[in-house]
Design a binder for this molecule. Structure first.
Ligand code: GLN
Ligand code: ZN
Length: 756
């Protein structure tokens, strides 16, 4: 018997019901009972959808009001002391206080879940942390599912991943808590057994990462303990291949092992060859984190080959990872282009693919002849479509030359020419791009999109805003101005909408954190730029002033990482295509008289692969892509880049290799400590360490900013230093921005006098 299984289903509801319910609960407009009911409704819909589609095993515990790692924290009772938890069961107000903080207590930290754009709540431990079952959620939901006749498989974040993702406040070793944690996990699993559960899914994604010896030992101890409970364990790994951990993984006492064959198809052969007798292999064949239909025939062949070796009853079909990273239901995309839509599958459609593969494996190809034929058609369509394959782009890609990746002269020479051309003072001031996005601007943009505002009126509204922003900056006496980005609602979407090869969905929402969901653009084909995207705005802004106006672009790496990407060519290839499109824009900006061009790359660091051995390859193509986009200008034109974080220790060489003339980074919160990487490395180009924390409504004083600049001037050559905020100002109000920027310019002027 081959099982069709799932590892997790989107929890936000097909129409974002979870967002609506939680946000009205937070506002006080929805009662706790109604919120709980809204959760139950989503679970029921999800379970019935999966059951009706024919899944044999359906995850339970994948639903969460905020985050599955926080649910785990509640379940094992690792509640930090500041929440005053008195024992018993964690209630919803405490749960949400941990997630979001409230008037009297700060939230727990949040960070990215492996290399996804999903953020989890970071567990907090210290050597004294004790564990005790403190939530009945998983038990209640399991009963709820069984009562509905759902073939339920509860999901738990595995103990080693859970501890590894946490952080200890007292420098103690989180893994040292394992002996205290395991009895609680065992109690949880034993309780699930009493409820009537045969299988649990233990997610240990850490098993596919670089592991320390302590983690390896912990995995052995942990798996041995969990299998003692008399419930079968499906040990799930994903996001990367097992690689050097394969022998370890295969030696663990699981009943089934799940592997990600989308991210790491190459591991199948050797896993199958070495797979322990009697155990089940769960094949992650359907992409859990992208929106493309599977090549069913190719997947079926892999499943068949596996079954030939292991036997039918030792193979399961599954998505590569939990589908919480995929949007919900493609059927709701009523406005999407039909051909593009025919290439896609969201979670609901992916479930059907899993079921089809099971049927094909059990009953033979003929049983799913229609599904295979339809899939073949899509594969062919995508391989040959002229909407995907643009011969112009392909020939440009084939004729890339080394000279296209390098500026005319080295930095020293460029710098002289730029300084002569721009005539800037020392400690030049600038901002990162956006200015406050007022209600009026957002309304004008929305009305234009709806068709309620015609082009001339929309253009006038934007020009009025640009004029206001330019005059404001002149009045502030800022040196390098920006146009303020009023026309942009999002730094990726704005460009994606104007590029060929990109499309947008109406309903492709995925959870980023809590009630914040994102709808990433979709890169489906070769990317090119039919017409200039920003030149008109920038040129208009420049025409209003004698001061240099900075052109503002989003870089290729960020465009790539914040989108759903095509799966029919390497990401590096797609990234370079985007780079060529940006390059065209850079060139046109220069031609239009723009002398300073900023290419934002906030995503470079988050794009780092999960395994260290893969870093260099990634950094090479990332750096190449940036350079390809930026290197077409004359020496006199100054290229800036911006990144809104500052932990650069690991990648500082690559940051320097970007060879941007100036980089702005986020440093105000860390009081310039985070400049360290640049100082140690002796970063040669110009650098703007942020002096104004734009994430806070607080207005920094002139003196605070002087102190920060003094610190920077002590470790950097003062002639390298730019003065700017940490990031764009679009989320701030004018009332804060005005005094803050005034203080910033005054601080720069003081520094000019002091340091000369
Ligand atoms: N230029 C963008 C802005 O100012 C940069 C945004 C970002 O770095 N996230 O809004
Ligand atoms: Zn930023």
């Amino acid at each position: 018997m081959v099982f069709a299984t799932n590892l997790g289903y989107p929890r936000i509801g097909a129409r974002r019901e979870l967002k609506k319910a939680t946000e009205s609960y937070w506002k006080g407009d929805l009662s706790e009972a109604d919120l709980i009911q809204a959760g139950a409704d989503i679970r029921k819909t999800n379970w019935m959808t999966q059951k009706d589609a024919g899944l044999d095993m359906i995850p339970v515990g994948d639903f969460s009001f905020y985050d599955q790692v926080l649910d785990m924290t509640a379940l094992v009772g690792a509640i930090p002391a500041r929440y005053n938890f008195k024992g018993g069961m964690v209630d919803l107000p405490t749960y949400f206080a941990m997630a979001r903080g409230n008037d009297s207590v700060t939230a727990m930290e949040m960070t990215k879940w492996f290399d996804t754009n999903y953020h989890y709540i970071v567990p907090e431990f210290d050597a004294a942390t004790d564990f005790k079952i403190s939530s009945s959620k998983i038990f209640d939901e399991t009963k709820e599912a069984l009562d509905m006749g759902i073939p339920a498989r509860p999901v738990l974040v595995g103990p080693v991943t859970y501890l590894s993702l946490g952080k200890t406040k007292d420098e103690s070793d989180a893994l040292a808590l394992l002996p205290k944690l395991l009895p609680v996990y065992k109690e949880i699993i034993s309780r699930l057994k009493t409820i009537g559960i045969e299988w649990v899914q233990i997610d240990e994604p850490i098993l596919a990462m670089d592991l320390s010896d302590a983690q390896k030992a912990a995995l052995k101890t942990s798996c041995a303990a969990l299998t003692e409970c008399g419930v079968k364990i499906c040990l799930a790994t994903y996001f990367c291949g097992l690689r050097d951990n394969q022998a370890l993984a295969l030696s663990l006492p699981f009943d089934a092992l799940h592997i990600d064959l989308k991210r790491a198809p190459e591991q199948l052969e050797s896993v199958v060859k070495n797979f322990p007798a009697g155990k089940i292999l769960s094949l992650g064949l359907i992409d859990g984190r992208n929106i493309w239909k599977a090549d069913l025939r190719a997947a079926l062949t892999k499943a068949q080959q596996t079954a030939d070796v292991l036997g039918m009853d030792r193979v399961w079909i599954a998505p590569s990872c939990s589908m919480i990273h995929s949007p919900n239901d493609l059927d709701l995309e009523v406005r999407m282009d039909e051909q593009l839509k025919s290439w896609m599958a969201y979670a609901k459609q992916k479930v059907s693919e899993i079921v089809a593969l099971r049927d094909g494996l059990m009953k033979g190809e003929n049983a799913i002849a229609d599904a295979l034929a339809a899939s073949d058609e899509v594969v062919k369509d995508r391989a040959t479509s002229s909407r995907i394959h643009n011969t112009g782009v392909k020939s440009r890609m084939a004729s890339l030359e080394p000279s296209m990746f390098a500026r005319e002269s080295n930095f020293k020479k460029r710098r002289e020419k730029q300084h002569a051309a721009l005539g800037l003072p020392t400690f030049p001031t600038t901002s990162i791009g956006s200015f406050p996005q007022t209600k009026e601007i957002r309304e004008a943009r929305a009305a234009f999109k709806r068709g309620d505002l015609d082009m001339p009126h929309y253009q006038q509204a934007m020009r009025d805003e640009i004029l206001r922003v330019v005059r404001f900056q002149e009045e502030m006496d800022i040196d390098v101005l920006v146009h303020g980005e009023p026309e942009r609602n999002d730094m990726v979407e704005y460009f994606g909408e104007q590029l060929q090869g990109y499309t947008f969905s109406q309903n492709g929402w995925v959870q980023s954190y809590g009630s914040r969901y994102v709808k990433p653009p979709i890169i489906f084909g070769d990317v090119s730029r039919p017409t200039p995207m920003t030149v008109e705005w920038s040129a208009y802004a420049q025409s209003l002033t004698d001061r240099p106006m900075k052109g503002m672009l989003t870089g290729p790496i960020t465009m790539l990482f914040w989108s759903f990407v095509r799966d029919d060519q390497p990401r590096s290839e797609t990234c370079k295509q985007i780079a060529l499109a940006i390059r065209d824009e850079v060139q046109d900006l220069e031609k239009a008289g723009i002398k300073v061009i900023q290419i934002d790359e906030p995503a470079i660091r988050e794009g780092l692969p999960l395994r260290r051995e893969d870093w260099q390859d990634y950094l090479n193509w990332a750096v190449d892509s940036f350079r390809l986009s930026a290197s077409c200008v004359h020496d006199e034109t100054q290229i800036h880049t911006h990144m809104c974080y500052s932990e650069f220790n690991d990648i500082i060489q690559s940051i320097a290799d970007l060879d941007a003339d100036a980089i702005s980074i986020e440093t105000s919160r860390s009081q310039m400590e985070l400049l360290e990487a640049f100082v140690n490395f002796q970063y040669p180009n110009e650098i703007g360490p942020g002096v104004y924390d734009i994430h806070s409504p607080r207005i920094p004083t002139e003196n605070e900013m002087i102190i920060l600049l003094e610190k920077a001037a002590m470790v950097l050559d003062p002639s390298q230093i730019w003065v700017n905020p940490d990031c764009g100002l679009k989320t701030r109000g004018w009332k804060e921005v005005e005094p803050a920027l005034r203080h910033m310019v005054d601080a720069a002027k003081v520094m000019r006098k002091r340091v000369g």
